[in-house]
Design a protein around this ligand. Structure first.
Ligand SMILES: CC(=O)N[C@@H](CCC[C@H](N)C(=O)O)C(=O)O
Length: 387
């Protein structure tokens, strides 16, 4: 592979290599090694690499500009999901039970394509590329920020990033002014009661009955507490309890997520989840151990100046297919970084409308890779020409 501007075939080969080796949040060692080897092979004299001791799978790359007036940041996430892949692709995951089911292999490939371009064509401004661990869980962006990694020459004045979107045509760029994605909060809850014989419920405290009541009662948060015009989501994605049909379960564990576009709504919903868990515990005589974790999953707020410029650039740039789009209830811990640095997140269409993000059958169209790289190379070059 020639390391200058990458061809479509190069991008596809990188994406397939990354797709084979998905790793969970904060464990992306093989992925990081693949990216770092790629970066070293660029053999670029204006490039420096940085590791972050507190978050060992993070990787930052700095490009020194020819006449820098500021530093432009570009971020990609690098982690995968605990999903057993069912695509049947010849380059499917080699890691059982783990899959790039959210397309971070596509995100990384686009970032590497942009990096390869500017490692060959020295940028005018400085650039920082952030290969971020732990987007799906564990909020890696906030961890790296809190570790002080974005200081001095590593401080981006602006930050950009993308997320793939299977509902949009391959290569289409879509974004909006203001809020693009929801803020989220993870729910981790265990009800502990008292197990016992199925025949003697009066001598036990059934954790399944309590957990079932909780599942039903939290549905009222969106229907009764959230302003319907603004919307919100409470989803419980796991429910684990019991061992056999004739033993009353002494414990039940649930995990889920709260979502809304405004931080005030998220906090109100967190409060209602707490009240309902406590109320259910009191009613059913069980103990509720509840953890609510927002971490870095703040609403993704696109900054006015940078986003207006990005939209106006993308609308007129030759070869760029741009569209506006409504906000989505997906979360992204890039929301935290956009609270620290102004910037913009966009969707990149990957044309797989039959499957949603997080599906075991998601198969992004690789025709999106080159347009994704070209759109950002063009926009970032344009940004460097702006006053
Ligand atoms: C784009 C995407 O799918 N992001 C994830 C972010 C996860 C946030 C957090 N772990 C939670 O579950 O609340 C998403 O599920 O939207």
């Amino acid at each position: 592979m020639h390391m200058a501007t990458l061809t479509e075939a190069d991008l596809i080969s990188i994406r397939r290599s990354l797709h084979r080796i998905p790793e969970l949040a904060l464990n992306e060692f093989q992925t990081q090694a693949y990216i770092e080897e790629f970066v070293q092979r660029l053999a670029c004299p204006w490039l420096t690499v940085k590791h972050v001791e507190a978050v060992p799978t993070a990787l930052l790359v700095h490009l020194a500009g020819t006449a820098p007036r500021r530093t432009l940041g570009y971020r990609t996430d690098i982690d995968a999901l605990p999903v057993e892949e069912k695509t049947g692709l010849p380059f499917a995951s080699n890691h059982p039970g783990v899959m790039h089911a959210c397309g971070h292999d596509v995100h990384m490939t686009v970032a590497m394509g942009i990096l390869a371009y500017f490692a060959t064509n020295q940028p005018r401004d400085n650039m920082v590329f952030f290969f971020q661990p732990a987007e799906e869980a564990e909020y890696g962006g906030k961890r790296v920020f809190d570790a002080g990694a974005f200081t001095g020459e590593w401080h981006p004045d602006e930050f950009y990033g993308l997320h793939d979107n299977p509902a949009l045509p391959a290569g289409q760029i879509a974004t909006r002014m203001g809020t693009l994605f929801a803020g989220t909060t993870e729910i981790h809850l265990t009800f502990t009661g008292k197990s016992g014989h199925a025949a003697f419920p009066q001598k036990a405290n059934d954790a399944i009955v309590a957990a079932a009541a909780f599942v039903m009662q939290v549905q009222t948060i969106v229907s009764r507490n959230v302003d319907p015009v603004r919307g919100g989501v409470v989803t419980l994605g796991t429910f684990h309890a019991g061992t056999i049909g004739n033993v009353i379960a002494g414990a039940a564990r649930l995990d889920g997520t709260i979502r809304a576009f405004r931080q005030t709504d998220i906090e109100m919903m967190q409060g209602r989840v707490r009240q309902i868990a406590d109320g259910v515990a009191a009613t059913y005589g069980v103990r509720a151990d509840l953890k609510l974790i927002q971490g870095g999953y703040m609403p993704v707020e696109n900054a006015p100046k940078q986003t207006a410029d990005l939209i106006s650039y993308m609308k007129q740039a030759p070869g760029v297919d741009f569209d506006g789009i409504a906000p989505a209830m997906t979360g992204e811990d890039f929301g935290f970084l956009l609270q620290q640095f102004p910037g913009t997140m966009v969707w990149l269409g990957v044309n797989d409308p039959e499957h949603s993000l997080h599906s075991a059958e998601l198969s992004p169209d690789e025709a999106a890779l080159k347009p994704g790289v070209d759109a950002f190379v063009g926009f970032l070059t344009h940004r460097m020409e702006e006053a």
